[in-house]
Design a protein around this ligand. Sequence first.
Ligand code: UGA
Length: 435
Amino acid sequence: MSFCPEPGLQEVVEAARGRNLFFSTEVEKHIAEADIVFVSVNTPTKTCGVGAGKAADLTYWEGAARMIAAVSKSSKIIVEKSTVPVKTAEAIEKVLKRNCSDPTVEFDILSNPEFLAEGTAISDLTCPDRVLIGGKDTERGRKAIDVLASVYAHWIPEERILKTNLWSAELSKLTANAMLAQRISSVNSISALCEATGADIQQVSNSIGTDSRIGPKFLNASVGFGGSCFQKDILNLVYICESVGLKDVAKYWESVVTMNDYQKQRFVERIISAMFNTIKKKKLAVYGFAFKKDTGDTRETPAIDVCRGLMADGAELCIYDPQVSEKQVRLDLATPKFEWDHPVSKASPVSDDESVAIVKDPMEAAKGAHAIVVLTEWDEFKTVDYQAVYDSMVKPAFIFDGRNILDHDALRAMGFIVYALGKPLDAFILNGPAA
Ligand code: UGA
Protein backbone atom coordinates (compact mmCIF):
# COMPACT_ATOMS: atom_id res chain seq x y z
CA MET A 1 0.00 0.00 0.00
CA SER A 2 1.29 3.44 -0.73
CA PHE A 3 0.53 5.67 2.22
CA CYS A 4 1.04 9.41 2.26
CA PRO A 5 1.39 11.10 5.63
CA GLU A 6 -1.85 11.82 7.45
CA PRO A 7 -2.38 15.62 7.49
CA GLY A 8 -1.16 17.04 10.83
CA LEU A 9 0.45 13.81 12.03
CA GLN A 10 4.02 14.97 11.42
CA GLU A 11 3.48 18.04 13.63
CA VAL A 12 1.98 15.98 16.45
CA VAL A 13 4.86 13.48 16.37
CA GLU A 14 7.50 16.22 16.18
CA ALA A 15 6.03 18.04 19.18
CA ALA A 16 5.84 14.92 21.37
CA ARG A 17 8.77 12.75 20.28
CA GLY A 18 11.45 12.48 22.94
CA ARG A 19 9.14 14.19 25.44
CA ASN A 20 6.34 11.75 26.09
CA LEU A 21 6.39 9.78 22.86
CA PHE A 22 9.11 7.18 22.29
CA PHE A 23 9.40 4.53 19.58
CA SER A 24 11.07 1.24 20.38
CA THR A 25 11.38 -2.31 19.11
CA GLU A 26 12.02 -3.63 22.63
CA VAL A 27 8.40 -4.64 22.96
CA GLU A 28 8.79 -7.06 25.84
CA LYS A 29 10.79 -4.66 28.05
CA HIS A 30 8.29 -1.83 27.62
CA ILE A 31 5.24 -4.02 28.11
CA ALA A 32 6.75 -5.33 31.35
CA GLU A 33 7.14 -1.72 32.59
CA ALA A 34 3.75 -0.43 31.42
CA ASP A 35 0.59 0.15 33.48
CA ILE A 36 -1.65 0.46 30.40
CA VAL A 37 -1.08 -1.40 27.12
CA PHE A 38 -2.96 -0.31 23.99
CA VAL A 39 -3.21 -3.17 21.49
CA SER A 40 -3.70 -1.90 17.94
CA VAL A 41 -2.79 -4.97 15.89
CA ASN A 42 -4.44 -5.80 12.59
CA THR A 43 -7.61 -7.92 12.49
CA PRO A 44 -7.96 -8.85 8.82
CA THR A 45 -10.84 -10.79 7.28
CA LYS A 46 -10.13 -14.52 7.23
CA THR A 47 -9.26 -15.78 3.77
CA CYS A 48 -9.57 -19.49 4.52
CA GLY A 49 -11.15 -21.92 6.96
CA VAL A 50 -14.30 -21.41 9.02
CA GLY A 51 -15.80 -17.96 8.42
CA ALA A 52 -13.55 -17.25 5.40
CA GLY A 53 -14.54 -14.01 3.67
CA LYS A 54 -16.41 -12.70 6.72
CA ALA A 55 -14.95 -13.47 10.15
CA ALA A 56 -12.09 -11.47 11.66
CA ASP A 57 -8.75 -13.22 11.93
CA LEU A 58 -7.58 -12.76 15.54
CA THR A 59 -4.16 -14.39 15.11
CA TYR A 60 -2.30 -11.15 15.80
CA TRP A 61 -4.44 -10.29 18.79
CA GLU A 62 -3.93 -13.70 20.36
CA GLY A 63 -0.18 -13.49 19.69
CA ALA A 64 -0.04 -10.08 21.39
CA ALA A 65 -1.98 -11.40 24.40
CA ARG A 66 0.32 -14.40 24.79
CA MET A 67 3.35 -12.15 24.71
CA ILE A 68 1.87 -9.69 27.22
CA ALA A 69 1.07 -12.58 29.57
CA ALA A 70 4.56 -14.03 29.27
CA VAL A 71 6.42 -10.82 30.19
CA SER A 72 4.07 -9.24 32.76
CA LYS A 73 5.34 -9.00 36.33
CA SER A 74 2.75 -6.43 37.46
CA SER A 75 -0.99 -5.91 36.94
CA LYS A 76 -2.02 -4.01 33.81
CA ILE A 77 -4.91 -2.47 31.98
CA ILE A 78 -5.11 -3.93 28.47
CA VAL A 79 -6.91 -1.69 25.99
CA GLU A 80 -8.47 -3.09 22.81
CA LYS A 81 -7.92 -0.45 20.13
CA SER A 82 -8.23 -2.78 17.16
CA THR A 83 -11.72 -3.36 15.77
CA VAL A 84 -12.66 -6.79 17.07
CA PRO A 85 -15.67 -9.12 17.14
CA VAL A 86 -17.96 -8.86 20.16
CA LYS A 87 -16.70 -10.92 23.11
CA THR A 88 -13.07 -10.78 22.02
CA ALA A 89 -12.20 -9.31 25.41
CA GLU A 90 -13.50 -12.44 27.07
CA ALA A 91 -11.32 -14.69 24.91
CA ILE A 92 -8.30 -12.47 25.39
CA GLU A 93 -8.76 -12.45 29.15
CA LYS A 94 -8.60 -16.24 29.16
CA VAL A 95 -5.39 -16.22 27.11
CA LEU A 96 -3.84 -13.63 29.44
CA LYS A 97 -4.82 -15.41 32.66
CA ARG A 98 -3.80 -18.90 31.58
CA ASN A 99 -0.42 -17.82 30.26
CA CYS A 100 0.84 -15.58 33.01
CA SER A 101 3.06 -17.46 35.47
CA ASP A 102 2.75 -14.87 38.27
CA PRO A 103 -0.58 -15.46 40.10
CA THR A 104 -0.51 -11.98 41.68
CA VAL A 105 -0.69 -10.27 38.25
CA GLU A 106 -4.19 -9.15 37.22
CA PHE A 107 -5.39 -7.90 33.85
CA ASP A 108 -8.27 -5.50 33.33
CA ILE A 109 -9.45 -5.49 29.73
CA LEU A 110 -11.07 -2.39 28.30
CA SER A 111 -12.56 -1.78 24.88
CA ASN A 112 -11.71 1.67 23.55
CA PRO A 113 -12.60 1.60 19.85
CA GLU A 114 -11.16 4.00 17.33
CA PHE A 115 -13.41 6.34 15.32
CA LEU A 116 -10.77 8.32 13.38
CA ALA A 117 -11.29 8.65 9.63
CA GLU A 118 -8.41 8.91 7.17
CA GLY A 119 -7.51 12.42 6.13
CA THR A 120 -9.12 13.91 9.27
CA ALA A 121 -7.53 11.63 11.87
CA ILE A 122 -5.78 14.39 13.80
CA SER A 123 -8.82 16.65 14.12
CA ASP A 124 -10.91 13.55 14.97
CA LEU A 125 -8.35 12.82 17.69
CA THR A 126 -8.14 16.29 19.15
CA CYS A 127 -11.84 17.05 18.88
CA PRO A 128 -13.79 13.77 18.77
CA ASP A 129 -17.59 13.50 18.86
CA ARG A 130 -17.04 10.99 21.66
CA VAL A 131 -14.52 8.65 23.23
CA LEU A 132 -15.95 5.29 24.14
CA ILE A 133 -14.59 3.16 26.97
CA GLY A 134 -16.13 -0.20 27.79
CA GLY A 135 -15.20 -2.31 30.78
CA LYS A 136 -16.55 -4.88 33.19
CA ASP A 137 -19.40 -3.81 35.39
CA THR A 138 -17.50 -4.60 38.59
CA GLU A 139 -15.69 -2.35 41.05
CA ARG A 140 -12.33 -3.25 39.49
CA GLY A 141 -13.72 -2.78 35.98
CA ARG A 142 -15.15 0.65 36.79
CA LYS A 143 -11.84 1.68 38.34
CA ALA A 144 -9.97 0.65 35.20
CA ILE A 145 -12.41 2.65 33.06
CA ASP A 146 -11.80 5.71 35.25
CA VAL A 147 -8.01 5.36 34.90
CA LEU A 148 -8.26 5.37 31.10
CA ALA A 149 -10.87 8.15 31.14
CA SER A 150 -8.43 10.28 33.16
CA VAL A 151 -5.90 10.00 30.30
CA TYR A 152 -8.43 11.34 27.77
CA ALA A 153 -9.68 13.95 30.25
CA HIS A 154 -6.46 15.89 29.57
CA TRP A 155 -8.01 17.20 26.35
CA ILE A 156 -11.57 15.89 26.05
CA PRO A 157 -14.56 17.27 28.00
CA GLU A 158 -15.94 14.78 30.47
CA GLU A 159 -19.39 14.63 28.87
CA ARG A 160 -17.86 13.31 25.65
CA ILE A 161 -16.25 10.33 27.38
CA LEU A 162 -18.86 7.58 27.27
CA LYS A 163 -18.55 4.65 29.65
CA THR A 164 -20.30 1.38 28.77
CA ASN A 165 -20.00 -2.32 29.38
CA LEU A 166 -17.40 -4.24 27.37
CA TRP A 167 -19.73 -5.82 24.85
CA SER A 168 -21.55 -2.57 24.10
CA ALA A 169 -18.26 -0.82 23.33
CA GLU A 170 -17.06 -3.63 21.05
CA LEU A 171 -20.41 -3.76 19.24
CA SER A 172 -20.71 0.03 18.97
CA LYS A 173 -17.62 0.21 16.79
CA LEU A 174 -18.93 -2.33 14.29
CA THR A 175 -22.38 -0.74 14.38
CA ALA A 176 -21.09 2.79 13.79
CA ASN A 177 -19.26 1.72 10.64
CA ALA A 178 -22.17 -0.44 9.50
CA MET A 179 -24.62 2.46 9.93
CA LEU A 180 -22.36 4.89 8.04
CA ALA A 181 -21.95 2.39 5.19
CA GLN A 182 -25.69 1.70 5.23
CA ARG A 183 -26.39 5.41 4.69
CA ILE A 184 -24.18 5.38 1.62
CA SER A 185 -25.74 2.20 0.26
CA SER A 186 -29.21 3.64 0.88
CA VAL A 187 -28.37 6.81 -1.02
CA ASN A 188 -26.68 4.82 -3.77
CA SER A 189 -29.76 2.62 -4.16
CA ILE A 190 -31.87 5.77 -4.55
CA SER A 191 -29.37 7.09 -7.12
CA ALA A 192 -30.40 4.21 -9.40
CA LEU A 193 -34.05 5.14 -8.89
CA CYS A 194 -33.26 8.79 -9.63
CA GLU A 195 -31.79 7.83 -12.99
CA ALA A 196 -34.87 5.77 -13.79
CA THR A 197 -37.30 8.54 -12.85
CA GLY A 198 -35.54 11.78 -13.72
CA ALA A 199 -34.99 12.83 -10.09
CA ASP A 200 -31.63 14.23 -8.97
CA ILE A 201 -29.83 12.44 -6.12
CA GLN A 202 -28.06 15.60 -4.95
CA GLN A 203 -31.38 17.38 -4.62
CA VAL A 204 -32.86 14.39 -2.81
CA SER A 205 -29.85 14.19 -0.44
CA ASN A 206 -30.02 17.90 0.30
CA SER A 207 -33.74 17.69 0.93
CA ILE A 208 -33.61 14.75 3.31
CA GLY A 209 -30.41 16.01 4.99
CA THR A 210 -32.20 19.11 6.26
CA ASP A 211 -34.31 16.88 8.47
CA SER A 212 -32.42 17.16 11.74
CA ARG A 213 -33.25 13.54 12.53
CA ILE A 214 -31.42 12.43 9.38
CA GLY A 215 -28.68 15.08 9.19
CA PRO A 216 -26.64 16.12 6.14
CA LYS A 217 -23.49 13.98 6.46
CA PHE A 218 -22.66 10.79 4.56
CA LEU A 219 -25.39 11.31 1.97
CA ASN A 220 -23.14 11.73 -1.08
CA ALA A 221 -23.98 9.19 -3.77
CA SER A 222 -20.85 7.58 -5.13
CA VAL A 223 -19.56 4.78 -7.26
CA GLY A 224 -19.38 2.83 -3.98
CA PHE A 225 -17.76 3.06 -0.58
CA GLY A 226 -14.27 1.69 -0.05
CA GLY A 227 -11.55 1.73 2.56
CA SER A 228 -10.11 -0.79 4.94
CA CYS A 229 -13.00 -0.76 7.41
CA PHE A 230 -16.57 -0.54 6.13
CA GLN A 231 -16.84 -3.79 4.21
CA LYS A 232 -14.63 -5.68 6.64
CA ASP A 233 -16.60 -4.55 9.67
CA ILE A 234 -19.98 -5.25 8.10
CA LEU A 235 -18.93 -8.74 7.05
CA ASN A 236 -17.65 -9.31 10.55
CA LEU A 237 -21.01 -8.17 11.93
CA VAL A 238 -22.77 -10.51 9.50
CA TYR A 239 -20.61 -13.39 10.67
CA ILE A 240 -21.33 -12.66 14.32
CA CYS A 241 -25.09 -12.54 13.61
CA GLU A 242 -24.90 -15.85 11.74
CA SER A 243 -22.91 -17.45 14.55
CA VAL A 244 -25.59 -16.60 17.10
CA GLY A 245 -28.37 -17.79 14.78
CA LEU A 246 -29.72 -14.38 13.72
CA LYS A 247 -30.00 -15.19 10.03
CA ASP A 248 -32.39 -12.39 9.07
CA VAL A 249 -30.29 -9.79 10.87
CA ALA A 250 -27.21 -11.12 9.07
CA LYS A 251 -29.00 -10.88 5.71
CA TYR A 252 -30.08 -7.32 6.43
CA TRP A 253 -26.52 -6.12 7.01
CA GLU A 254 -25.08 -8.19 4.18
CA SER A 255 -27.39 -6.32 1.81
CA VAL A 256 -25.39 -3.14 2.52
CA VAL A 257 -22.36 -4.80 0.91
CA THR A 258 -24.49 -6.31 -1.86
CA MET A 259 -25.82 -2.84 -2.72
CA ASN A 260 -22.27 -1.48 -2.77
CA ASP A 261 -21.21 -4.19 -5.24
CA TYR A 262 -24.33 -3.50 -7.31
CA GLN A 263 -23.45 0.19 -7.53
CA LYS A 264 -19.98 -0.54 -8.89
CA GLN A 265 -21.38 -3.06 -11.39
CA ARG A 266 -24.17 -0.66 -12.42
CA PHE A 267 -21.59 2.05 -13.10
CA VAL A 268 -19.56 -0.29 -15.33
CA GLU A 269 -22.69 -1.34 -17.21
CA ARG A 270 -23.71 2.30 -17.78
CA ILE A 271 -20.32 3.01 -19.31
CA ILE A 272 -20.53 0.03 -21.63
CA SER A 273 -24.11 0.63 -22.75
CA ALA A 274 -23.56 4.34 -23.34
CA MET A 275 -20.50 3.66 -25.46
CA PHE A 276 -22.40 1.70 -28.10
CA ASN A 277 -22.28 -1.51 -26.07
CA THR A 278 -18.62 -1.98 -26.62
CA ILE A 279 -15.49 -0.66 -25.00
CA LYS A 280 -13.20 -3.25 -26.55
CA LYS A 281 -9.84 -1.72 -27.42
CA LYS A 282 -11.15 1.73 -26.50
CA LYS A 283 -8.90 3.88 -24.36
CA LEU A 284 -10.62 5.07 -21.18
CA ALA A 285 -8.98 7.61 -18.87
CA VAL A 286 -9.53 6.80 -15.19
CA TYR A 287 -9.33 9.80 -12.88
CA GLY A 288 -8.59 8.66 -9.33
CA PHE A 289 -7.81 5.27 -7.82
CA ALA A 290 -7.68 6.00 -4.05
CA PHE A 291 -10.77 5.08 -1.98
CA LYS A 292 -11.32 8.76 -1.18
CA LYS A 293 -9.55 12.05 -1.79
CA ASP A 294 -6.48 13.25 0.11
CA THR A 295 -5.11 9.77 0.67
CA GLY A 296 -3.00 7.29 -1.28
CA ASP A 297 -4.86 4.42 0.40
CA THR A 298 -6.38 1.97 -2.07
CA ARG A 299 -7.65 -0.72 0.28
CA GLU A 300 -11.06 -1.92 -1.00
CA THR A 301 -11.24 1.14 -3.24
CA PRO A 302 -14.22 0.91 -5.62
CA ALA A 303 -11.72 1.66 -8.40
CA ILE A 304 -10.46 -1.92 -8.24
CA ASP A 305 -13.81 -3.49 -9.11
CA VAL A 306 -14.71 -0.80 -11.65
CA CYS A 307 -11.36 -1.11 -13.44
CA ARG A 308 -11.57 -4.90 -13.42
CA GLY A 309 -15.10 -4.68 -14.84
CA LEU A 310 -13.95 -2.37 -17.65
CA MET A 311 -10.91 -4.54 -18.37
CA ALA A 312 -13.12 -7.63 -18.54
CA ASP A 313 -14.92 -5.95 -21.44
CA GLY A 314 -11.66 -5.29 -23.25
CA ALA A 315 -11.08 -1.60 -22.42
CA GLU A 316 -7.59 -0.12 -22.36
CA LEU A 317 -7.24 1.93 -19.19
CA CYS A 318 -5.00 4.91 -18.60
CA ILE A 319 -5.12 5.67 -14.87
CA TYR A 320 -4.14 8.90 -13.12
CA ASP A 321 -4.22 9.40 -9.35
CA PRO A 322 -2.32 12.19 -7.59
CA GLN A 323 -1.05 9.90 -4.81
CA VAL A 324 -1.29 6.27 -5.83
CA SER A 325 1.83 4.74 -7.39
CA GLU A 326 1.92 2.56 -10.50
CA LYS A 327 3.18 -0.36 -8.44
CA GLN A 328 0.23 -0.07 -6.08
CA VAL A 329 -2.36 0.07 -8.88
CA ARG A 330 -0.87 -3.02 -10.52
CA LEU A 331 -0.68 -4.88 -7.22
CA ASP A 332 -4.31 -4.05 -6.43
CA LEU A 333 -5.56 -5.16 -9.82
CA ALA A 334 -3.80 -8.51 -9.38
CA THR A 335 -4.58 -9.22 -5.73
CA PRO A 336 -7.52 -11.48 -4.80
CA LYS A 337 -10.17 -10.08 -2.44
CA PHE A 338 -9.16 -9.75 1.25
CA GLU A 339 -5.53 -10.76 0.55
CA TRP A 340 -4.38 -7.11 0.80
CA ASP A 341 -4.85 -7.25 4.56
CA HIS A 342 -2.48 -10.16 5.08
CA PRO A 343 1.32 -10.18 5.39
CA VAL A 344 3.35 -9.02 2.41
CA SER A 345 4.85 -12.48 1.91
CA LYS A 346 1.42 -13.56 0.68
CA ALA A 347 1.00 -10.59 -1.67
CA SER A 348 0.18 -11.55 -5.22
CA PRO A 349 2.43 -10.83 -8.16
CA VAL A 350 2.19 -7.35 -9.62
CA SER A 351 -0.03 -7.29 -12.69
CA ASP A 352 1.86 -6.50 -15.87
CA ASP A 353 -1.34 -6.36 -17.88
CA GLU A 354 -0.62 -4.26 -20.94
CA SER A 355 -4.18 -3.02 -21.17
CA VAL A 356 -3.42 -0.77 -18.17
CA ALA A 357 -1.15 2.27 -18.20
CA ILE A 358 -0.55 4.52 -15.21
CA VAL A 359 0.42 8.12 -15.92
CA LYS A 360 1.32 11.20 -13.91
CA ASP A 361 -0.87 13.77 -15.62
CA PRO A 362 -4.65 13.96 -16.23
CA MET A 363 -4.15 15.53 -19.70
CA GLU A 364 -1.92 12.67 -20.77
CA ALA A 365 -4.42 10.13 -19.42
CA ALA A 366 -7.21 11.62 -21.54
CA LYS A 367 -5.25 12.14 -24.78
CA GLY A 368 -6.80 9.97 -27.50
CA ALA A 369 -9.31 8.50 -25.03
CA HIS A 370 -12.98 7.83 -25.75
CA ALA A 371 -14.05 8.57 -22.19
CA ILE A 372 -13.04 9.91 -18.80
CA VAL A 373 -14.17 7.93 -15.77
CA VAL A 374 -14.02 9.82 -12.46
CA LEU A 375 -13.65 7.43 -9.52
CA THR A 376 -12.19 9.58 -6.70
CA GLU A 377 -13.35 13.07 -5.67
CA TRP A 378 -9.91 14.74 -5.84
CA ASP A 379 -10.26 18.56 -5.86
CA GLU A 380 -7.74 18.89 -8.67
CA PHE A 381 -10.12 17.11 -11.07
CA LYS A 382 -12.41 20.15 -10.85
CA THR A 383 -9.78 22.47 -12.28
CA VAL A 384 -8.50 20.39 -15.20
CA ASP A 385 -8.67 22.31 -18.53
CA TYR A 386 -11.54 20.23 -19.91
CA GLN A 387 -11.72 22.18 -23.17
CA ALA A 388 -8.14 21.14 -23.94
CA VAL A 389 -8.92 17.63 -22.76
CA TYR A 390 -12.00 17.50 -25.01
CA ASP A 391 -10.02 18.66 -28.00
CA SER A 392 -7.52 15.83 -27.49
CA MET A 393 -10.13 13.06 -27.18
CA VAL A 394 -11.84 10.76 -29.68
CA LYS A 395 -15.43 11.92 -30.45
CA PRO A 396 -18.02 11.50 -29.16
CA ALA A 397 -16.16 12.21 -25.93
CA PHE A 398 -17.78 10.85 -22.77
CA ILE A 399 -17.37 11.75 -19.10
CA PHE A 400 -18.69 9.38 -16.44
CA ASP A 401 -18.66 11.22 -13.14
CA GLY A 402 -18.83 8.62 -10.37
CA ARG A 403 -18.52 11.26 -7.64
CA ASN A 404 -20.58 14.17 -9.02
CA ILE A 405 -17.76 16.66 -8.55
CA LEU A 406 -17.60 18.24 -12.02
CA ASP A 407 -19.55 21.11 -13.60
CA HIS A 408 -21.73 18.99 -15.83
CA ASP A 409 -23.47 21.85 -17.67
CA ALA A 410 -20.13 23.42 -18.58
CA LEU A 411 -18.86 20.06 -19.83
CA ARG A 412 -22.00 19.56 -21.95
CA ALA A 413 -21.54 23.03 -23.43
CA MET A 414 -18.04 21.99 -24.53
CA GLY A 415 -19.49 18.98 -26.34
CA PHE A 416 -18.97 16.18 -23.82
CA ILE A 417 -21.62 13.52 -23.32
CA VAL A 418 -21.94 13.47 -19.57
CA TYR A 419 -23.13 10.74 -17.24
CA ALA A 420 -23.61 12.11 -13.73
CA LEU A 421 -24.40 9.45 -11.16
CA GLY A 422 -27.99 9.61 -9.92
CA LYS A 423 -28.94 12.62 -12.06
CA PRO A 424 -31.33 13.01 -14.99
CA LEU A 425 -29.74 11.19 -17.90
CA ASP A 426 -28.63 12.81 -21.15
CA ALA A 427 -30.77 11.55 -24.03
CA PHE A 428 -27.64 10.00 -25.50
CA ILE A 429 -26.93 7.98 -22.34
CA LEU A 430 -30.59 7.06 -21.93
CA ASN A 431 -31.41 6.03 -25.47
CA GLY A 432 -28.01 5.11 -26.79
CA PRO A 433 -26.48 6.27 -30.05
CA ALA A 434 -29.83 6.68 -31.80
CA ALA A 435 -30.49 9.90 -29.85
C1 UGA B 1 -14.30 5.13 8.48
C2 UGA B 1 -15.17 5.85 9.53
O1 UGA B 1 -15.70 7.05 8.96
C3 UGA B 1 -14.36 6.16 10.80
O2 UGA B 1 -15.19 6.72 11.80
C4 UGA B 1 -13.73 4.87 11.34
O3 UGA B 1 -12.93 5.11 12.49
C5 UGA B 1 -12.87 4.26 10.25
O4 UGA B 1 -13.67 3.97 9.08
C6 UGA B 1 -12.27 2.98 10.80
O5 UGA B 1 -13.03 2.08 11.20
O6 UGA B 1 -11.04 2.91 10.93
P1 UGA B 1 -12.54 5.94 6.63
O7 UGA B 1 -12.66 4.54 6.10
O8 UGA B 1 -11.20 6.52 6.82
O9 UGA B 1 -13.30 6.05 8.06
O10 UGA B 1 -13.29 6.89 5.57
P2 UGA B 1 -14.75 7.54 5.39
O11 UGA B 1 -14.59 8.98 5.34
O12 UGA B 1 -15.71 6.98 6.38
O13 UGA B 1 -15.15 7.04 3.92
C7 UGA B 1 -15.37 5.66 3.61
C8 UGA B 1 -15.86 5.50 2.19
O14 UGA B 1 -17.18 5.99 2.02
C9 UGA B 1 -15.01 6.23 1.13
O15 UGA B 1 -14.83 5.41 0.01
C10 UGA B 1 -15.85 7.44 0.77
O16 UGA B 1 -15.61 7.92 -0.53
C11 UGA B 1 -17.24 6.86 0.88
N1 UGA B 1 -18.30 7.86 1.11
C12 UGA B 1 -18.29 8.63 2.23
C13 UGA B 1 -19.33 8.00 0.17
O17 UGA B 1 -19.36 7.30 -0.86
N2 UGA B 1 -20.32 8.94 0.40
C14 UGA B 1 -20.34 9.70 1.52
O18 UGA B 1 -21.28 10.52 1.67
C15 UGA B 1 -19.30 9.55 2.46
